[in-house]
Design a protein around this ligand. Structure first.
Ligand SMILES: Nc1ncnc2c1ncn2[C@@H]1O[C@H](COP(=O)(O)OP(=O)(O)OP(=O)(O)O)[C@@H](O)[C@H]1O
Length: 219
């Protein structure tokens, strides 16, 4: 899936947060959004994932301009194609590990339904085998991060939007998480990562550098 930004700018309360960002992210590749703290990496990532509307410019998904998309179209994009690995992990703490991956339960909520083989594969790849029935709240930060990656693997996401995935991980887990994203890209997924991490950047095919916009927007 091709995700494109064309001259995307974000202005909040008269402050320029992202200035005229243009980039193309292709399926099967990893793109790093890089730059100093506060330069707008997360904000641009949110625009690319259709979580936030740019103040000007446009975001295209497979060549289609998303500017006028209604909530229902964005929801369909998130449900069918997109996955997010954000800094708060996006994990449902009061649900089981398995439910967090599959996001489907039987009518009375007692049994996680869905493709059990795909669930097992996603848990194995992320090192969470055997943890199916544990409450997500009981996982460590790094495990929650891997859980949100398991969800992306399970749903065979076409595009994954990732914010600082390695910030709080030790060396071993950092390498493991980077390998997981590379694996997603190998499967054809478009991986977009906001990062400060040199190892993560090195694993990416392209880097898009942002600079901190200096000026205040008037009018
Ligand atoms: N909703 C908002 N309201 C006000 N300011 C915001 C909002 N969202 C982002 N900002 C500001 O925009 C700037 C860029 O934030 P952003 O999180 O995109 O940067 P970043 O490059 O990801 O930073 P870091 O590397 O520190 O995570 C920051 O100064 C932030 O305070």
């Amino acid at each position: 899936m091709k995700i494109e930004a064309e001259a995307v700018s974000v202005v909040i309360d008269g402050r320029q947060i992202v200035q005229q960002a243009s980039l193309v992210c292709e399926g099967g590749t990893m793109t790093a959004l890089v730059g100093p703290s506060g330069c707008g990496k997360t904000t641009l990532l949110h625009c690319l994932g259709l979580l936030q509307q740019p103040s000007s410019g446009r975001v295209l998904v497979d060549g289609v301009d998303t500017t006028g998309w209604k909530a229902g179209q964005r929801r369909r994009f998130w449900k069918d194609s997109g996955a997010f690995v954000l800094q708060d992990y996006g994990v449902m703490e009061e649900e089981s590990v398995a439910f967090n991956v599959v996001m489907k339960a039987s009518v009375f909520g007692s049994k996680v339904v869905g493709d059990q083989a795909a669930l097992a594969e996603a848990l194995e790849l992320t090192g969470l085998t055997g943890r199916d029935n544990e409450l997500a709240a009981h996982l460590s930060g790094g495990e929650k991060q891997r859980l949100s990656i398991a969800r992306a693997i399970y749903k065979n996401a076409k595009a994954v939007f990732v914010d600082e995935p390695t910030a709080s991980l030790d060396e071993g887990n950092r390498t493991r998480v980077i390998d997981l994203f590379r694996n997603l890209a190998t499967r054809g997924c478009t991986v977009i990562v906001a990062t400060h991490d040199d190892e993560m950047m090195a694993a990416c095919d392209t880097r898009h550098s942002l600079t901190r916009p200096a000026e205040l927007v008037t009018n």
